[in-house]
Design a protein around this ligand. Structure first.
Ligand SMILES: NC(=O)c1ccc[n+]([C@@H]2O[C@H](COP(=O)([O-])OP(=O)(O)OC[C@H]3O[C@@H](n4cnc5c(N)ncnc54)[C@H](OP(=O)(O)O)[C@@H]3O)[C@@H](O)[C@H]2O)c1
Length: 305
């Protein structure tokens, strides 16, 4: 099968290569999915789980990509709940990846049915951002209706999902991002926008919850905005940003079938809009992940035309 591989972490996306690889086999409780569309998250090549297995053993050459939509083509021994020919979408285990390929072996429990009226590119585009937003807002941030939320990168893949879900659940949403992203963030539902290039973040005052996707100095400054009893949730990696009288939660998204179903239902009924910036093919994927100009939104690889 055709697949994208990486062998050198320092090379980043520039080190991606399109090669032939053996088709994967389904292990116990796995399915093999014929991938129709695949996603890749910025930053994935810096995550330790991309390069080793759970015992820390090198697993290069690695096929990256954790997000997919496709059709089940084989079942492993013992696999229940999905059948050959079924449309599915979801997220691989982060130590497994492998969706930038024509086929991927994945635990069945990490997938949910993809309704026939949702395009594969849309399914692949909402798995990672949708689950990350859901878990950050509701499992870790315990968002309540009427609370205020500051979401960084509100026009980005995760931030746009956070914004929409938080609005649906009755929060007051302040989005941030680059100057050029103001209108896009407002279109996704942010009620205010802070341009991090020109505005003073501190002018936001106090909020109940911060959803951080940027880390570093922005996360530290945001911790100072969290009201007593509030939470800073971050997906940007370990941080020492701490609210004076609140919690910091850094977390890594987990696959979850029930949450995937909640997300795709919202896509179908129009409550959730995906954020695709570019759709490319597997043959052109290396160029698509090394764009010459800024792509705002997710790059999705349409693996099968
Ligand atoms: N822990 C987890 O489970 C988890 C899950 C998913 C994603 N992530 C990580 O979360 C981060 C966001 O992911 P994503 O898919 O949402 O990425 P994304 O689509 O690139 O969104 C990030 C947004 O923030 C903007 N931004 C970046 N730096 C900025 C700055 N200094 N000032 C203002 N705006 C800035 C980006 O603009 P530009 O495009 O112009 O930079 C973009 O609009 C990535 O680092 C990703 O690896 C972690």
């Amino acid at each position: 099968m055709k697949a994208i591989v990486v062998t050198d972490q320092a090379a980043g996306t520039a080190g991606m290569m399109l090669v032939e690889r053996p088709k994967p086999q389904a292990a116990i409780n796995d399915v093999v999915v014929q991938v129709h569309a695949s996603g890749f998250t910025s930053g994935e090549l810096t995550w330790p789980s991309t390069w080793t297995d759970r015992l820390g053993r090198d697993r290069t050459p690695v096929i990256p990509g954790q997000e997919l939509a496709g059709v089940v083509s084989a079942l492993g021994y013992g696999t229940r709940g999905l059948s050959v020919g079924q449309r599915v979408f979801g997220l691989t285990d982060s130590y497994r990846g492998g969706t930038l390929a024509e086929y991927v072996a994945i635990e069945a429990r990490n997938l949910a049915p993809l309704p026939g009226d949702v395009d594969f590119t849309v399914g692949a585009s909402v798995a990672m951002p949708g689950l990350t937003a859901w878990q950050g807002l509701f499992e870790h941030g315990h968002l309540q209706a009427g609370q205020s939320l500051l979401v960084h990168g509100a026009a980005g893949a995760v931030g746009s999902m956070v914004t929409q879900l938080a609005r649906e659940f009755g929060a007051y949403v302040i989005g941030t991002g680059r100057a050029a992203d103001r209108q896009k963030a407002l279109d996704f539902g942010a009620q205010e926008f802070v341009d991090l290039e020109n505005d003073a973040l501190e002018d936001v005052g106090g909020v109940d919850l911060v959803f951080d996707v940027l880390g570093g100095d922005i996360a530290k400054r945001s911790a100072g905005l969290v009201r007593a009893g509030g939470t800073l949730v971050t997906i940007a990696g370990p941080t020492d940003a701490r609210p004076a009288a609140g919690l910091t939660v850094d977390f890594v998204v987990l696959p979850d079938r029930a949450q995937l179903s909640e997300i795709i239902q919202r896509v179908r009924d129009g409550r959730l809009r995906t954020n695709i910036g570019n759709v490319s093919t597997l043959d052109d994927a290396v160029a698509a992940f090394n764009p010459k100009q800024r792509i705002n939104g997710k790059t999705i690889i349409r693996v099968r035309p």
